[in-house]
Design a protein around this ligand. Structure first.
Ligand code: PLP
Length: 404
C-alpha cells in the first residue's frame, strides 16, 4: 500500500480529532447512559412543524432544489437580520452570511484571518470544534482560564501585557459567552465591557460564538458583545442547530459588509453555497411564526433536565467533586481531585457502570484538565439522568477511596 503520509501538507500535523467525536463510538451501546454528546434532545425536534413545512417546500417554487447564492438565500438573510435586530444587533442583509452550521463560520474565519503561527486567544477550557478550526490553520492558541463568571479578564489583561512586551499580537479572541461549551458558564456584563476595552487597547478582533444564547433558563439575557461593540470589532456567530434542528446545517455570521464579502469568497471555494434544502426549510420554519414558541418549549425541557442533573449531583457526588451551575444551554462541568484522570477512567465507567461522559482534557490547549469532565444533560432521557449520575458518583467515589 502507498504511504500517503508523505504527501500530506505540513498543517495536517496540527489537525486533531475531537475527543467528543471519538467518545460517540464508545457510547452507542444501548445499555449505556450517555452524558457525552452535546446533541439536542430528539424529543425536542419540532417534527410536526417540519412535516408541514416539508409538505409545502416545493409547492411555490424550486428554491430548495437549486443552487443558492454563496451568501445564503436573500430572504433567509433578511429574516436573520430581523432576528439580530430584535436582539439589539442592528443588521442589514449585507451584514449576514449564511453558513453550513456555525462550525463552517469558525473554519472560514480561521481561513481568512490566520497565517501559520498567528496568535489566537481562546477560552480554557474551550469548545473543541472552535479550537480544531483554529488549529487546522496553524493558529497558535493561548488559553485563558474561566471561572463562574466566564473568561478571567484580569488574567487576560496580564497575558496581553506579557505578549505585547514580547512583540506578540493576537489576531482575535474566540469566546462562547453564553452557557459556554464545555462549562455552562456565562460571561458577566462587567467582563463583557472589560473584554471590549482590552480588544480596543490591544487591537484584536473578537469572535463571539453564541449557539446556546436563546436557551436561557430565566435570567434576563445579557447584551451581546456585538451589541456593545461600536467599531465592528466583533464577529458574531449564530446557529439554528440547537433552537430548531442541527440536520438542516444552517448557521450564520454577522459582521461588517467587507468581512462578510471576504468570508463569502472563501466559502465559494469550500461548498459554493450552503444546502438550499436546509436553508429553505429553516426559512419556512421562521415564516411559520412558530419558532419563538418552539424555543420557549425547549427552555422548559432543558431546564428540567438541568434541574434533575444538578439535584442528582448534589445527592450522589462525593464532597471532593465540584461542578458549575449553568443558567442555560446543555452542559455541566465537573472538577475532580487532581489525582483522578477522567480520560483514563472512562473505559472503566463504560464497562463497569455503563455511564459515559467526555474527559475534559481535550478542551484545554495547554494539555491540562486531566481531572475535569463535561456532562451534557441535553440528550439523556429525563428518567435516566439521576441513575446516570448515581453510577458516575459510584465510579468517582471508588477512585477517591482507593487514593486515600
Ligand atoms: C460552541 C459551539 N459552537 C459551534 C458549534 C457548531 O454548531 P453548528 O455547526 O451545528 O451550528 C457547536 C456545536 O455543538 C458549539 O457547541
Amino acid at each position: 500500500m502507498l504511504q500517503m503520509e508523505r504527501f500530506y501538507a505540513e498543517r495536517v500535523g496540527d489537525m486533531k480529532g475531537s475527543d467528543i467525536r471519538d467518545a460517540f463510538k464508545l457510547t452507542e451501546a444501548a445499555d449505556v447512559i450517555s452524558f457525552a454528546g452535546g446533541f439536542p434532545a430528539v424529543d425536542a425536534f419540532p417534527v410536526s412543524l417540519i412535516e408541514t413545512v416539508m409538505d409545502d417546500l416545493f409547492r411555490c417554487d424550486y428554491t430548495g432544489l437549486q443552487y443558492g447564492p454563496t451568501e445564503g438565500l436573500e430572504e433567509l438573510r433578511r429574516q436573520v437580520a430581523v432576528m439580530m435586530d430584535a436582539e439589539n444587533i442592528p443588521s442589514d442583509v449585507d451584514n449576514i452570511l449564511i453558513t453550513n452550521g456555525s462550525q463552517q463560520a469558525l473554519d472560514l474565519i480561521a481561513k481568512i484571518f490566520l497565517d501559520p503561527k498567528d496568535y489566537v486567544l481562546v477560552e480554557q477550557p474551550g469548545y473543541i470544534g472552535g479550537l480544531n478550526a483554529i488549529g487546522n490553520y496553524q493558529g497558535q492558541m493561548v488559553g485563558i482560564p474561566l471561572d463562574d463568571d466566564g473568561l478571567r479578564i484580569d488574567i487576560l489583561a496580564n497575558k496581553l501585557k506579557e505578549m505585547s512586551n514580547k512583540g506578540r499580537h493576537p489576531k482575535f479572541l474566540y469566546t462562547v459567552p453564553n452557557f459556554q461549551n464545555p462549562t455552562g458558564v456565562t460571561l458577566s456584563l462587567e467582563r463583557r465591557r472589560g473584554l471590549l476595552e482590552l480588544a480596543r487597547e490591544y487591537d484584536f478582533l473578537i469572535l463571539e460564538d453564541n449557539p446556546y444564547g436563546r436557551i436561557s433558563f430565566g435570567q434576563e439575557p445579557l447584551p451581546h458583545l456585538k451589541t456593545l461593540d461600536t467599531e465592528g470589532r466583533v464577529i458574531y456567530l449564530g446557529s439554528f442547530s440547537k433552537i430548531l434542528i442541527p440536520g438542516a446545517r444552517v448557521g450564520w455570521a454577522v459582521g461588517l459588509p467587507g468581512v462578510i464579502r471576504q468570508l463569502s469568497i472563501a466559502k465559494q471555494g469550500t461548498d459554493l453555497c450552503s444546502s438550499s434544502l436546509g436553508m429553505k426549510l429553516v426559512l419556512d420554519c421562521i415564516m411559520s411564526g412558530e419558532l419563538d414558541g418552539h424555543i420557549d418549549s425547549l427552555k422548559v425541557l432543558y431546564r428540567r433536565r438541568r434541574d434533575i442533573m444538578l439535584e442528582s449531583l448534589g445527592r450522589y457526588m462525593p464532597a471532593e467533586v465540584r461542578w458549575t451551575h449553568p443558567e442555560g444551554g446543555f452542559f455541566v462541568w465537573l472538577r475532580l481531585p487532581s489525582y483522578i484522570d477522567s480520560r483514563a477512567l472512562l473505559p472503566f465507567a463504560l464497562e463497569e457502570e455503563k455511564v459515559a461522559y467526555v474527559g475534559g482534557k481535550g478542551f484545554h490547549v495547554d494539555g491540562s484538565g486531566h481531572n475535569t469532565i463535561r456532562l451534557a444533560y441535553s440528550q439523556a432521557p429525563e428518567s435516566d439522568i439521576a441513575e446516570g449520575i448515581r453510577r458516575l458518583a459510584k465510579v468517582l467515589r471508588r477512585q477517591i477511596e482507593s487514593a486515600i
